[in-house]
Design a protein around this ligand. Structure first.
Ligand SMILES: Nc1nc2c(c(=O)[nH]1)N[C@H]1C(S)=C(S)[C@@H](COP(=O)(O)O)O[C@H]1N2
Ligand SMILES: [Mo]
Length: 253
């Protein structure tokens, strides 16, 4: 039991109220975590590796249940433009001055996997897609949140345009800074999931993900990959940078 408490405590130290309420919503909907935890007391708690494997298996099971319960029509709250946070906080697995510098003219978005038209996209081609804006709250698991305005093309519009197999399970993202992540197809098709090119009506600055990020207001911040260089559609679980270190993969509503 010791290991679980330690994990819980370290999470609690970094937890904001916004994260708590998101987690509470998830917990209420799953209704599984306690029962699954009770099972753990039956296993040898001196075997740390065994406990960790079991926790990971539970987390993957919770991902599946959350996917079944997820309501693709339920919207994240939107805010007035006066609520936009300026400047927006930076976060990455490195310092702000190490954010990748990407050349706009050389840039090509690569496509792979279960997609009919896998031709790479230039930035002018992407900017010519239909554009929408949203003012939503970004919640980071490290205990902060901020409201932002992002503009770009609805991700489902883009997936349709490229002939993605929308019956596949996952959409994966590879980033210029070696970050990577993936989301379930229902979230990829959610009306508020955006392939975003702008923050507060300006081209995304380098630190916030130039030339584009996936804006997913129904999920925690780490499920919003910046500096996307490749998008792929697959039925094989792709994981992610933080997801592979034990953060729950679904991490959203
Ligand atoms: N490519 C890339 N995307 C990333 C990250 C990263 O380190 N690299 N960090 C994630 C995390 S944990 C957060 S909270 C947000 C931060 O985005 P921001 O710098 O625009 O606030 O980006 C997410 N996407
Ligand atoms: Mo984050």
């Amino acid at each position: 039991m010791k290991k679980i408490l330690t994990m819980g405590q370290s999470f609690a130290q970094h937890r904001s109220r916004a994260v708590e309420s998101l987690e509470r919503r998830l917990f209420l909907r799953q209704g599984l975590s306690l029962g699954a935890l009770a099972l753990l007391s039956g296993c040898s708690i001196t075997d740390q590796e065994g406990v960790e494997k079991m926790l990971l298996a539970m987390s993957r099971w919770n991902d599946r249940v959350q996917g079944w319960l997820f309501d693709p029509t339920k919207l994240a709250p939107e805010y007035p433009e006066s609520a936009i946070t300026r400047p927006f906080p930076f976060n990455a697995f490195y310092e702000e001055d190490e954010a990748p510098e990407i050349d706009a003219t050389d840039y090509r978005l690569e496509l792979a996997g279960l997609i009919r038209d896998r031709k790479p996209w230039t930035l002018p081609e992407l900017y010519a897609l239909p554009q929408v804006s949203q003012v939503t709250r970004h919640i980071c698991v490290e205990g902060w949140s901020a409201i932002g305005k992002w503009s770009g093309t609805p991700f489902r519009t883009f997936l349709q345009r490229i002939g993605a197999d929308t019956t596949a399970r996952y959409v994966g993202f590879k980033c210029e800074d070696d970050y990577y992540s993936s989301i379930d197809m229902a979230t990829a098709l959610h009306p508020q999931t955006l392939l975003a090119f702008r923050y507060a009506d300006r081209i995304l600055p380098a630190k916030h993900g130039f030339p584009m990020k996936l804006r997913v207001p129904t999920k925690l911040g780490f499920k919003n990959p910046k500096h996307i260089k490749a998008i792929f559609v697959t039925n094989e679980y792709p994981g992610g940078y933080w997801e592979d270190q034990g953060y729950n993969w679904f991490s959203g509503s």
